[in-house]
Design a protein around this ligand. Structure first.
Ligand code: GUN
Ligand code: FE
Length: 458
């Protein structure tokens, strides 16, 4: 089976455009041995019957399980892997205090290899069971645990972008948890890029390394300059936090006399493979800069309710031409589910656009911009995320990788039920707003079926 083309059939939903869902009823998706989609056909298309007949003769037709709907795998653009043990707690402090009080002490513990192995094994398995087929991870400062995370992704079969966190400024980073110098952080980042490449031989790599300055306040100018040069040299992904909170924006303005976005641009860190977490406070001029450099935003609506105290105007960013996807921001966000994150993005957008203060008149209450729709938040979770991560995932199209989940309607714990009265759009919207992890019956990455821990438990 490994080397043959296979054909997955059933009803699929995807969003090629951000506000249009296309149902693919009784489709056949032909996938080659490298996990690349060769064709997507529906009854009536020229080659559809021939593709199915050939695959049936070869025994390589795989119908999705009963009552299942196929959707592209979810793309989580922003996860802090070493914050996994802290999920759902310690959210009682603003960002700058939370980092020092809870988060740096926890991340420092990952220098213990056994601890890193245990936590990362559980994290990767859990996220796959939640339907996250592509995960963009911040690791920690030490090199070794980040390699352990990359190995966990390869072992479980999760597509990933992973960064060794770089942070060297003694003014903001504690002695027990920082790179000893800018040059050391740059050398270790380079070593991590090489180590990730060495773990994988040939073909489209499943795991990519990212240059990862934590955020401007954690890094000296020398480090930011050096990592910018490394980004230009290697063409590797870049990830960092940008304009997340009032404190961060003020800190960067005080230190550098410019916005976060302008600073990152001047350090050479804005490329078309850069993912900026949050970016709530980017100005319209920053937005134009991000569109020009092709850098993307990881919108983290749940975490923003705690640390940003503001809602990213997603539609405004998209209309500027910026690539946008979604992030859980584990553990600044308390849910590991990208479906939950899509729902928070929807509700946050509705609140921001309509406003929330009942003492104000309706016309003065909100931004009066158009809120995100169910279709749009699904697009952000799939195709938008794939584009933002510069990876060939997020929709069922020829040439894309087959990363997918089968979502099952009807059983007691799935949260997702359909009736004969439902149109395809109704079923899709119910799936996006109601389906939970128990509804995820099957997960594929790069055409391979993934064993998820939730399945083993049932
Ligand atoms: N800014 C710098 N580090 C972090 C982090 O770990 N989480 C969030 N949400 N913002 C950050
Ligand atoms: Fe974050």
């Amino acid at each position: 089976m490994e080397n043959s083309t296979r054909v997955i059939c059933g009803i699929a939903f995807h969003t090629l455009e951000r506000d249009v869902m296309t149902p693919l009823v009784d489709c056949a998706i032909a996938v080659d041995s490298a996990g690349t989609i060769q064709s997507v056909t529906t009854p009536g298309d020229k080659n559809h019957d021939g593709i199915l007949a050939r695959a049936e003769a070869d025994g390589t037709v795989f119908p999705v399980p009963e009552d299942c709907y196929l959707v592209p795998g979810l793309v989580d653009l922003h996860i802090h892997a070493p914050q996994w043990p802290q999920l759902g707690k310690a959210l009682d402090a603003p960002l700058e205090d939370w980092l020092l009080k809870y988060t740096f002490p926890l991340e420092a513990k990952f220098s213990d290899r056994d601890y890193a192995f245990e936590v990362y094994d559980d994290l990767v398995a859990t996220l796959l069971a939640q339907g996250t087929t592509t995960a963009v991870y911040f690791g920690s400062v030490d090199l070794e645990p980040n390699i352990i995370l990359a190995e966990a992704c390869l072992r479980h079969g999760q597509r990933a972008v992973i960064g060794k966190v770089a942070m060297d400024d003694p003014a903001t980073c504690p002695d027990y948890y920082r790179d000893p110098s800018a040059s050391d952080a740059i050398a270790q980042t380079r070593a991590f890029i090489d180590a990730v490449a060495a773990l994988q031989k040939g073909g489209e790599p499943l795991v990519h390394a990212a240059i990862t300055p934590r955020f401007v306040p954690s890094c000296t100018d020398d480090l930011l300059h050096g990592l910018g040069a490394l980004a230009q040299q290697t063409g590797a992904h870049v990830q960092t936090h940008c304009a997340e909170s009032d404190w961060e924006v003020a800190y960067v303005r005080d230190r550098l006399g410019k916005t976060d976005t302008e600073a990152l641009k001047d350090f050479g860190l804005l490329t078309d493979k850069t993912i900026l977490a949050h970016s709530n406070f980017v100005t319209r001029s920053d937005m134009s800069l991000l569109a020009k450099t092709g850098s993307s935003i990881a919108h983290c609506p749940l975490s923003n309710a705690y640390f940003a105290n503001a809602v990213l105007p997603v539609t405004r960013a998209l209309e500027h031409g910026i690539k946008v996807g979604l992030g859980t921001d584990i553990s600044g966000g308390f849910s590991p589910s990208l479906f939950d994150t899509a729902r928070y993005a929807l509700t946050a957008s509705r609140c921001a656009c309509a406003g929330t203060n009942p003492d104000q008149l309706a016309a003065e209450r909100g931004t009066n911009e158009t809120p995100l729709t169910t279709t749009e938040v699904f697009w952000l979770a799939t195709k938008g995320g794939g584009e933002a991560a510069a990876l060939p995932v997020g929709a069922f199209e020829k040439g894309m990788q087959f990363d997918a989940i089968a979502v099952q309607a009807g059983h007691a714990t799935s949260g997702f039920r359909c009736s004969d009265a439902d149109t395809m759009q109704d079923i899709f919207e119910k799936l996006v707003l109601n389906a939970n992890a128990a509804a995820i019956a099957k997960v594929w990455v790069a055409g391979e079926t993934i064993e998820t821990t939730s399945k083993q438990g049932r």
